[in-house]
Ligand binder design. Structure first.
Ligand SMILES: [Zn+2]
Length: 238
């Protein structure tokens, strides 16, 4: 086993572990928690290997990003913790106060004053509640704008905490959006809202449905891929 690196056009490198094995007849690529692992038969030269890895770089980078997202650390509910809001990093500031105060936010710092600033459960509940308030206001505003654009009546908008889905639309025309999306880039929220609104016209995932989504959100294919990448990170806040 040796450690090597793929040299990219921009001068950066991707490290990988090379395993030479006569059991293989072709080159195999695998992403593990330690990064990229390449298995290759002995007869393949480093030159050939490098050419193949260069051609696979987009796939490798995508998979490495997915792996990294999977192994993100949990949120520590303590001073200085970085959180996400609308795709921007913000920091948590905790301080003791004689009474629990409403959270204040100046665009960069979430200021939380509590009688018990080291009770992580209380902090988490308070911050999540604040995120839910921001989520409902933001999602309602976006839904109203897109509903008007689509020419449908403004549907009831509710928050969900689903583990497995970002949004849903039921047969009564109610839209549920996962509050955790408020952590994501606005384009991602825009896409999920557009997706659920499109279901008011097409209760399926037919080509006609996707044509409506595309009208509201031309970049939806790239954005769904982006959402997949950040999905684990968004779920870190529970
Ligand atoms: Zn759908």
């Amino acid at each position: 086993m040796t450690t090597n690196a793929i040299l990219l056009e921009d001068g950066s490198t991707i490290a990988y572990t090379l395993k030479r094995t006569s059991r293989r007849r072709s080159i195999g690529l695998r992403i593990s928690s330690d990064g990229l692992i390449v298995s290759a038969p002995p007869r393949i030269t480093l030159h050939e290997l490098n050419a193949l890895l260069q051609s696979k770089t987009p796939w490798i980078q995508q998979k490495l990003a997915e792996q990294e997202a999977k192994t993100l650390p949990e949120i520590a509910w303590e001073n200085g913790q970085k959180l996400l809001l609308l795709g921007n990093p913000i920091s948590l500031y905790l301080a003791a106060d004689a009474k629990n105060r409403a959270i204040e936010f100046d665009g960069a710092t979430l200021d939380v004053r509590l009688r018990t600033p080291d009770d992580s459960d209380v902090i988490r509940r308070k911050v999540v509640q604040w995120y839910k308030q921001q989520a409902l206001a933001d999602f309602t505003r976006r839904t109203a704008l897109l509903a008007q654009k689509l020419g449908v009546e403004m549907p009831p908008v509710m928050l969900s905490s689903a583990r497995s889905r970002w949004g849903s639309c039921n047969s009564r025309g109610e839209i549920r959006l996962n509050w955790r999306l408020i952590q994501a880039h606005p384009l991602i929220i825009h896409y999920v809202v557009a997706h659920e609104l499109a279901h008011l016209k097409e209760m399926n995932h037919s080509p006609r449905f996707w044509a409506i989504v595309e009208k509201l959100c031309p970049d939806y294919k790239k954005i769904t891929a982006d959402l997949k990448l950040v999905s684990n990170q968004l779920h870190a806040m529970a």
